[in-house]
Design a protein around this ligand. Structure first.
Ligand SMILES: NC(=O)c1ccc[n+]([C@@H]2O[C@H](COP(=O)([O-])OP(=O)(O)OC[C@H]3O[C@@H](n4cnc5c(N)ncnc54)[C@H](O)[C@@H]3O)[C@@H](O)[C@H]2O)c1
Length: 375
């Protein structure tokens, strides 16, 4: 009989439901060490809670996260709430002695991220932060290509995440558009973890950043007939320098809420003198690799469905968002069980803090119009 890991969710909105979806088809994972089961959900809003009633394993629905945390039927807690609530709720999870899969950005700012990471260290609980796109087969292949060291001298790296969800000025403001709930770092907090996860895991940490930040629509409809101030950054280009093999390499992190035509595009491009690799969720099963031989060759490979954790899905099928989200959860619970092996893992608290150090330096860079050292 496999161990059952009982999961509780705090925040049953967009992402809380994605977790319910991933856990509800856990059986697709083959030869996986533990079973995962959603047992409890907390949301302030009754309609949000009620949606989870259709999941047979859910025993507790509550509006009070303390009730969920007191439940002996919960081993691991996933928290997906607006950013100004991260620190208090994550600390409560750790105080309750539960393990935590935190949503990004791991606190609204650097101070919050440091406080959460320190509490995680002191508690000894298993804590990781969400970032699912690197678990797609194409992203995994790009990561392995970079690690294999066949790039020659590295020329440049682009890693980013583009949305067009806020391109329409008539779209009502939500908490993601405001400093008090999303944070001063704005789009960097919203999308930045997705962009830094793979480069950071490759050991590519920026020494210096020059940032270009944009606020495109300063106000929007508030959804109640009035207007709401939108004071966070919409788009961010972070031009950074990373020391790789003794040379300074330009690494650009792009996060945009206003990128024409892009619904949810995660991409990574790594170019060297001898080899290169390019992957984007725009072409979810396509990997582009570059080789410099007698001729220069960009080669396209159809990848199929080979995530880090084998599933029952046919190898020639195409992966999508729910698949990489399930793979991320599989990595989280495998690492928690000490069985990740040499597979790719979720964002660590230390990496999450380093992302905030980069974003904080980016705010200063934009304000002072100069490059800033990242500490
Ligand atoms: N990994 C990803 O791809 C991804 C995508 C979108 C959002 N996110 C992150 O997930 C988090 C949540 O974003 P979302 O889009 O799901 O937001 P959302 O607004 O859709 O859902 C948030 C939910 O939290 C509930 N909530 C608020 N305060 C609460 C409290 N004190 N106790 C219990 N419930 C509470 C709200 O009622 C709402 O249902 C954020 O950190 C965001 O950055 C991650």
């Amino acid at each position: 009989m496999k161990e059952i890991v009982r999961i509780g969710i705090i925040g049953g909105g967009l992402m809380g439901r994605e977790v319910a979806s991933a856990l509800s088809r856990w059986f697709v994972l083959e030869n996986y060490p533990v079973r995962a089961e959603l047992t409890a959900v907390c949301d302030l809003v009754e309609a949000q809670r009620e949606w989870f009633r259709q999941i047979p394993t859910v025993k507790l629905l509550t509006a009070d996260h303390r009730e969920l945390l007191a439940s002996p039927e919960v081993d691991v807690v996933y928290v997906a709430v607006p950013h100004h609530l991260h620190e208090a709720l994550y600390l409560d999870v750790l105080k309750a002695g539960k393990d935590l899969l935190a949503e990004k950005p791991f606190g609204i700012d650097l101070a919050a991220a440091r406080a959460i990471a320190e509490a995680a260290r002191v508690s000894g609980r298993f804590v990781r932060c969400s970032s699912e796109f690197p678990f797609l087969p194409g992203a995994q292949r790009a990561y392995q290509f970079a690690r294999a060291g066949k790039l020659g001298t590295l020329l440049e790296v682009r890693s980013g995440f583009h949305h067009s969800s806020d391109l329409d000025p008539a779209k009502p403001a939500n908490w993601k558009r405001q400093v008090k709930t999303c944070g001063k770092i704005g789009v960097m907090g919203d999308l930045g973890m997705h962009a830094v996860h793979v480069p950071f895991r490759l050991g590519w940490k920026p020494k210096r950043v020059y940032a270009q930040l944009q606020k495109i629509y300063p106000e929007r409809p508030d959804g109640k007939g009035g207007t709401a101030i939108c004071d966070t950054w919409d788009n961010a280009l972070l031009h950074t320098e990373v020391e790789i093999a003794g040379a300074e390499v330009p690494v650009r992190f792009e996060t945009k809420r206003l990128a024409p035509g892009e619904t949810n595009t995660w991409f990574l491009e790594i170019l060297g003198t001898d080899g290169g690799v390019r992957y984007s969720t725009k072409e979810p099963k396509t990997l582009w690799t570059f080789q410099r031989g007698k001729e220069q060759l960009w080669q396209r490979t159809d990848l199929g469905f080979h995530g880090p954790f084998p599933t029952i899905t046919g190898g020639i099928f195409e992966p999508g968002f729910p698949d990489c989200f399930l793979q991320m959860w599989a990595a989280f619970l495998a690492e928690r069980a000490g069985q990740l092996g040499d597979r790719f893992g979720c964002v660590t608290p230390q990496e999450a803090v380093q992302s905030h150090e980069l974003f904080e330096a980016a705010l200063q860079s934009h304000a002072e119009k100069r490059a800033i050292d990242v500490h």
